[in-house]
Design a protein around this ligand. Sequence first.
Ligand code: ARG
Length: 441
Amino acid sequence: MNASVGVDARLWREDIDGSLAHSEMLAAQGVISETDRDAIHGGLNAVAARIEAGTFEWSIGLEDVHMNIESRLTEAIGLAGGRLHTARSRNDQVATDVRLWLVRRIDALVDALRALQTAFVDLAERDGHAILPGYTHLQRAQPILLAHHLLAYFEMLDRDIGRLRDCRARANWSPLGAAALAGTPFPLDRQATAARLGFSGPMANSLDAVADRDFAVEFTAAAALAMVHLSRLGEELVLWSSQEFSFVTLGDAFATGSSIMPQKKNPDIPELVRGKTGRVFGDLVALLTVLKGLPLAYNKDLQEDKEALFDAADTLLDCVTVLTRLLPACTFNIARMRRACDDGFVTATDVADYLARKQVPFREAHHITGRLVGWCIAEQRTLPSLTLEEFQRFSPVFEADVLQAVTVEASVAARTSEGGTAPDRVRVALLVARARLAEAR
Ligand code: ARG
C-alpha cells in the first residue's frame, strides 16, 4: 500500500537532477565537503546510466523513486551517499520532482498542440474552399467555408496552449529547501538550487511548498478542457463520416471494419478520443477530491496525485498526436458538402437580410421570409429556384438582384464582418494563423 515506485519511477530524471542541484548547493555552502559532493555526483550519474540502460533494479520494499535511488547510491559510494539527504525531506523532494516533470511535460505538450494547429491550417489551405452548411442545433443554418470551420479549432487549441502556459508559470517555483515542512537550520541557498533547476525562484512559504498541489489541479483542468475540444472534433468526425452526412472519409489507419458487417467502416480513433476524455475528467475529480479537507502540511494522501496527473498528461499527448496524423489523412467529399447546402434553406437569412437592407424592419423581413420558406416547403421548391415573380408575391420590395443574393456562394461571400466566413476574410485569417504559428516558434 505504501509503495508508489510503480507509478513514480518515471520521475527518476527529475529526482536525480534535484539531488545534483541540492548536493552542489550543500557543498557550496560548506555543509558537505567537495569530496562528498563529487562522490555523490559520480554515483548519481552512474545510477542514471543504469536506469537508462534498463539494468537498474527497482524495489517495492524501498517504496518510491526517491528511496530507490538514494539507497542504490549509498550502496555504491558509502557514507557520502548518506549525506545527500542533509537539510532535505522527501516532502520537498517529491514536490520538486513533480513540478520539474510537469514543466517539462507542458513544454512537450505545447509543441504537440502547435503541430496539431499546423495540421488544421494545412488542411484549411488544402480543402478550405469547400462550402458546407454551418449548423446550429445540428440543423442546417447558414453556408460556411470548410476552412472557417477548421480554423475554429485553431482558436480553441490556442486557448489551450495559453492555459498550459499560465499553469507552467505558477508551477515553475521551487519547493526545495522547505525540508519536511518548517525549513531547516542549515545555511541553504534556495535561490541557487531554484536557478540551477530552471525554476523562477524558491517558494515563499515552507508549509505551502510541501502541501501545495494546485499546479496539478490547474494542469489537469486545462487538460480536461483541451480534451473537451478534441472530443468535440472526435464527435464531428464521427458524424461527418456517417453515411447520413458522408462529408468525410477517414484514412484506413484510423478506422476499422466490422467483424460481421462488411459494409462498415467504423471511426474508432475519433470515438476513442471522445471516450478518453472521460478519463481526464476522472483524473481532475480524483485530484480535487484528494486535496479537499487535507490539513497542512504534507499528508501521505498526496502520493495519490501522480497517477491522475500522469494519466491526464499521457492521455492528452496521445490524443493530440494521433489527431495530428489523422487530419491530413481525411478525404472530404466536397461535392456532397455543397449539395447539402441545396436541400435546406440555408440562404433564408440572406432573403431577410436583403429585405432589411431595403429598409424593411428586420422583424418584418424575418416574417415575410418565414412565409416564403413555408410556401417553398409546401410546393417542394428551393430558394434559388424561385422566379422574381414568385418572390414578389410575398413582398413588392423584391427586385431582380434577389435571385443572385439567395445563391449559396453569394451568401458565403456576403459574410464579410470581422471573424466571418467570407472567402476574403478567411484568406486573411489563414495568413494570420500561419503568422501566429511562426511567431510562436
Ligand atoms: N512517495 C511519496 C509521495 O509521493 C514521497 C513523500 C513521502 N513523504 C513522507 N513523509 N512519507 O508523496
